[in-house]
Design a protein around this ligand. Structure first.
Ligand code: BDR
Ligand code: CA
Length: 313
């Protein structure tokens, strides 16, 4: 099979960074057409800088990086420096990027790319708030049926929320955008906290990154060292959850994940539960399924894949 063509839409973020590295380490499976940045973990100027830092770390300064929306569709931006640090990529000491940011707006790149490729050949991989994707769908509804699939990190059901008691960060930041995407009819595969909280960087897994013997391995271990202090304190968990790499790992090895094709709706009105992914896991609503909502991951297989792939960079 030829490599799957994807657009990564992202707000790096240490875990976004690892997701991007995994994709760039896997040209046999994944062709990254471009990386589109959105405001999320940190404001847009930082996410679009961090994405380029990561491309250069991977030795892929030829990757096209685009800046997109600097705020959610209808709300003030909420950021997550408390998790990711002031730069969004705290941990390793990486040089400022030399590679340029593309002139085109990320939303226009998404629209043009989907129109330029045959229908069903480009997969969207959102790793942050869904603002850019929703804007593209609103601006050019004709592209929706051209999307091969959307594989995204966001939401939660059994794990409920990480930014409010009810909501996961990416969906909470822009629930209106998430609502547009979840209602769009495009084939959706969702990696919620239910899965990503099982993908924990334990000490042996972190040691394995550091032992890879390349700059990427050291940087990834420093990123996860930084990132884990928050989750360890909050959940008492064994290490940092690698949320976003679940998306790119799924493209390479889908059998590592299991879930259900169910109805998932987004709460956009209640302040109390704003951004909640109301997932009909038990199929009690009678509403039509619109998403494959993952529930489990083979964590050892996931880390074996990640470590083996990152060694290639
Ligand atoms: C998601 O929020 C961000 O902090 C992470 O990068 C991930 O995409 C997890 O809730
Ligand atoms: Ca992210």
């Amino acid at each position: 099979m030829p490599p799957r063509k994807i657009i990564i839409d992202t707000d790096p973020g240490q875990d976004d960074a690892v997701a991007i590295l995994l994709a760039l380490a896997s040209p046999d499976k994944i062709e990254v057409l471009g990386i589109t940045c959105v405001a999320g973990n940190v404001p847009l100027p930082l996410t679009s800088k961090n994405a380029r830092i990561v491309c250069e770390l991977a030795g892929r300064p030829d990757t096209r990086v685009f800046a997109g929306c600097d705020r959610p569709l209808g709300r003030d931006l909420v950021t997550a420096e408390h998790v990711h640090g002031k730069t969004g990529l705290d941990g390793p000491d990486l040089p400022d990027p030399v590679m340029p940011l593309q002139d085109q707006h990320a939303v226009d790149f998404i629209v043009d790319t989907l129109r330029a490729h045959a229908p069903g050949t480009v997969t969207l991989c959102p790793l942050g708030p869904l603002t850019n994707i929703a804007m593209a769908f609103e601006k050019a509804p004709d592209i929706i049926e051209r999307v091969a699939g959307i594989v995204l990190m966001g939401g939660a059901y059994f794990e409920v929320g990480n930014i409010t008691p009810a909501a996961e960060f990416n969906i909470y930041v822009d629930p209106q955008a998430a609502n547009i995407v979840f209602k769009s009819g495009a084939p959706l595969t969702v990696m919620p906290l239910d899965v990503t909280h099982k993908a924990l960087v334990t000490k042996p897994r972190n040691d394995a990154f550091r032992a890879l013997g390349n700059a990427v391995g050291v940087a990834v271990s420093q990123m996860t060292d930084f990132f884990e202090r928050y989750d360890k304190e909050k959940y008492g968990s064994a290490g940092a959850p690698l949320h976003d790499p679940c998306v790119t790992a799924y493209l390479i090895a889908p059998d590592l994940f299991s879930g259900r094709f169910i109805n998932v709706e987004i709460e956009t009105r209640s302040e109390l539960t704003m951004g909640m992914t109301v997932a009909d896991w038990w199929r009690v609503s009678g509403r039509a399924p619109n998403a494959t909502f993952m529930g489990d991951v083979d964590a050892d297989g996931f880390f074996a894949l990640l470590t083996e792939r990152l060694a290639r960079l």
